[in-house]
Design a binder for this molecule. Structure first.
Ligand SMILES: Nc1nc2c(c(=O)[nH]1)N[C@H]1C(S)=C(S)[C@@H](COP(=O)(O)O)O[C@H]1N2
Ligand SMILES: [Mo]
Length: 341
């Protein structure tokens, strides 16, 4: 829960269908109110507030405004996005990263001081060779490739993101998964000094931190499961999950855990943050499925961020497995996708 200038901002688990659909309109309305306030006050307003009026015309943020550095990679031609890539300024200013606050603008505003150097990622548990990787290892241990994937949030919005990274399976193979392993657990950094949402239950949306996620071993070894260290050719901006985050494009966005410090191979299903918060609404599998509605809203369509007009985003049909069924449908043969959501 968050209060912004008297307007109560609801967390996703509180939203109703009528709340979810006009989110962009809601945000634009807030900007207009801000802008109208400015009009009434005239020239006497301070510069920081004045910035609000330019928001109305699109607060474009460029790559140079975030601390990112160029990466060396090759383009994977199987995942090019066919030119439909969401603009950089949308991908980096419309975020979910509750460690930095629950509104879409909070992460880009509050995460800029987030320090990821030094960083340690451990791969442990049911593996032959546990690994401890530092920041340089993340960008150099495995050859980087660019893959443009669709990202579909459970809140019914989506983007198309040109990630840079490597398959999760490549890393797991380096560690050597033991034959009886069944699942992989992921954990985000816990650092309340750097992540204000971890200090305040109100700001952190009620999640029990650290944020945790998980996959079955077969999902983790699927070629689509990707560890991203960059987007648009450069290292990840903090709000997108620097220095390394998971991307599981056939599942709802909350599975794509950010700023990972621990990967633990396990022999049982691990707990996951959104499932812990509201188990009747967010399952372990969380496969994108237009035929299974969220208890409070439809999943049949989605708003494609950055496409459409100033006050709306283009609405398109949601695809089964977010359109990646050819690569992953075989993982779920015999599983009832309605009850195993
Ligand atoms: N640690 C952590 N990871 C997270 C989240 C979060 O709040 N904390 N939000 C998730 C959700 S709901 C989505 S939709 C995606 C959004 O990724 P993006 O901001 O890069 O678009 O990140 C996911 N990973
Ligand atoms: Mo999401």
């Amino acid at each position: 829960m968050k209060f912004t200038k008297g307007i109560r901002q609801k967390a996703p688990w509180e939203l109703k269908d009528s709340d979810v659909t006009p989110e962009e309109v809601f945000n634009d309305r807030r900007r207009i109110i801000k802008a109208m306030g400015l009009g009434a006050l005239g020239a006497s307003i301070p510069g920081s507030v004045q910035a609000g009026i330019f928001d109305l015309f699109g607060d474009k943020k460029t790559q140079s405004q975030f601390i990112t550095s160029p990466l060396t990679y090759t383009s994977n031609l199987n995942f090019t996005g066919n030119g439909a890539t969401t603009p950089f300024d949308k991908i980096t200013t419309h975020n979910n990263f509750y460690e930095f606050g629950t509104s879409k603008q909070d992460p880009s505003n509050n995460a800029q001081g987030f320090s990821v150097d030094p960083w340690t990622l451990v791969i442990e548990g049911e593996v032959e060779r546990p690994l401890t990787l530092d920041l340089d290892d993340l960008n150099q241990l495995i050859a980087l490739e660019e893959r443009t994937y669709r990202l579909r949030c459970v809140e019914a919005w989506s983007m198309v993101v040109p990630w840079v990274g490597f398959p999760l399976a490549s890393l797991l193979k380096k560690a050597g998964v033991k034959s009886h392993a069944t699942h992989v657990a992921f954990e985000t950094l816990f650092d309340p000094e750097q992540m204000p949402g971890q200090k305040s239950r109100l700001m952190g949306g009620g999640i029990h931190y650290p944020y945790v996620e998980g996959l079955t071993i077969n999902e983790a070894m699927n070629d689509l499961s990707f560890l991203a260290v960059g987007l648009y050719g450069k290292t990840l901006p903090p709000q997108n999950g620097a220095p390394i985050r998971l991307v599981v494009p056939w599942k709802y966005g909350f599975k794509s855990i950010k700023s990972i410090v621990r990967i633990r191979v396990m022999d049982k299903q691990p707990p996951t943050s959104w499932n812990q918060l509201a188990s009747h609404e967010y399952g372990f599998y969380a496969n994108v499925n237009p035929n299974v509605d969220h208890p409070r809203w439809s999943q049949a369509t989605e708003r494609r961020i950055g496409e459409g007009g100033l006050f709306s985003a283009k609405r398109i049909n949601t695809q089964m497995f977010n359109g990646y069924g050819e690569q992953v449908a075989n993982l779920y043969q015999g599983l009832d996708l309605k009850s195993n959501f």
